[in-house]
Design a protein around this ligand. Structure first.
Ligand SMILES: NC(=O)c1ccc[n+]([C@@H]2O[C@H](COP(=O)([O-])OP(=O)(O)OC[C@H]3O[C@@H](n4cnc5c(N)ncnc54)[C@H](O)[C@@H]3O)[C@@H](O)[C@H]2O)c1
Length: 332
């Protein structure tokens, strides 16, 4: 139930990047941050002090509160479904950060439980809510780029060994991170390929550990075939000398968009196909996962970035891992 002022009430669990999400909740009109939770007391206390809300070390205790409408799950990736299911069973709507979990079966269990309990599920792919991503989606779907030929997800970042070792060393593991540079970082752009270009039919991938002491990949390469006939590629690594760029490059027979070489969208047009980018601009209806959830609750509709949407990139990640293990292409 919303509070007496009509605000939707939130609890956040997991306070690494979750501290940022607590800030997003606190600064979103129509939302109120009621409580935060982390097994690390230093994090729970400091975020709670910053926002003047309650804090918990025990997630189950936070879930006992009946004045929390939505739980924002920001724990390790391999715990997302478990923590989301606990929230749904307690009657809370769920926002879950990316990836929705590290296996398709865990994601399906989360989607199913939310459906069963009649609660909303939002996947927090924060970049989807940007005007940049929505404008590119519009440019592809209205045909401005023509017939899509190649769509790439590219990420060249630096991550130190200390990054992988901190907080119990969950990053770079299969069970808690779903691998490494693809499942943790590049997943934003794998998601954008699925969302903008459409279903992926087959994947061939090779995963490597080049410069870190981790289980999953720090360099992932994949070749994709989309159902619509377009080709695709994924190159995601945390071995670059410094974090240089992350984004997508899509081209068709009339034009191209790139987000890898500048902060803005770079447009490239074939001769005679020049289009005013302003005519393709889309202003997002909701600007983040919190607004998406509030809109979905108030209008009793599916969120823009739903559980089903979040499932798509996990299906691709699982196929990538299978292809790497088998040494051959995998059909999705
Ligand atoms: N832009 C983005 O969308 C974005 C950015 C960074 C991280 N993430 C995602 O956020 C998640 C967390 O990543 P991070 O970098 O913040 O990691 P992190 O290790 O810094 O934070 C995770 C926190 O979860 C807490 N936690 C673990 N189990 C818990 C439990 N049972 N109860 C309460 N708290 C628990 C840990 O103590 C830790 O403080 C990952 O899934 C990651 O993919 C998303």
């Amino acid at each position: 139930m919303p509070d007496k002022d009509g605000n939707i009430t939130f609890g956040v669990v997991g306070l690494g990047m979750g501290a940022n999400r607590a800030q997003v909740v606190a600064s979103t009109p129509g939302a109120r941050l009621v409580a935060v939770c982390d097994i690390r007391e230093d994090r729970a206390k400091s975020v709670a002090e910053q926002h003047g809300c309650d804090w918990y070390l025990d997630y189950e205790k936070m879930l006992e509160r009946d004045d929390i409408d939505v739980v924002y799950v920001m724990t390790f990736s391999g715990l997302h479904a478990q923590h989301g299911i606990m929230a749904a069973k307690a009657g809370k709507h769920v926002i879950c950060t990316k990836p929705l979990d590290v296996t398709v079966s865990a994601v399906d269990a989360l989607i199913e439980e939310c459906r069963k309990q009649g609660v909303k599920l939002v996947t927090d792919f924060d970049q989807r809510y940007s005007a940049k991503a929505q404008t590119i989606k519009n440019a592809v779907s209205c045909g401005a780029l023509g017939k899509i030929i190649l769509a790439e997800a590219r990420l060249k970042w630096y991550r130190s060994q200390a990054y992988y070792d901190e907080n119990g060393g969950w990053r770079g593991t299969w069970t808690l991170d779903g691998g490494g540079s693809l499942s943790n970082q590049t997943v934003h752009f794998i998601d954008q390929l699925c969302w903008i270009v459409g279903d992926i039919k087959s994947v061939y991938a090779e995963l490597s550990v080049m410069s870190h002491n981790i289980e999953g990949e720090d360099l992932g390469l994949a070749i994709l075939n989309f159902a619509n006939g377009a080709k695709g590629a994924i190159c995601g690594t945390t071995t670059f000398p410094r974090s240089l760029y992350a984004g997508i490059e899509i081209h068709g027979d009339r034009g191209a968009v790139l987000t890898t070489r500048s902060k803005d969208i770079e447009w490239v047009w074939a001769e005679g196909c020049e289009t005013d980018p302003e005519s393709l601009h889309v202003e997002p209806k909701v600007k983040n996962a919190v607004e998406d959830m509030i809109y979905a609750i108030k209008n009793n509709c599916e969120p823009e970035s739903s559980g089903e949407e979040g499932r798509k990139s996990v299906v691709v990640l699982e196929a990538i891992r299978r292809s790497h293990e088998l040494g051959q292409p995998v059909t999705l």
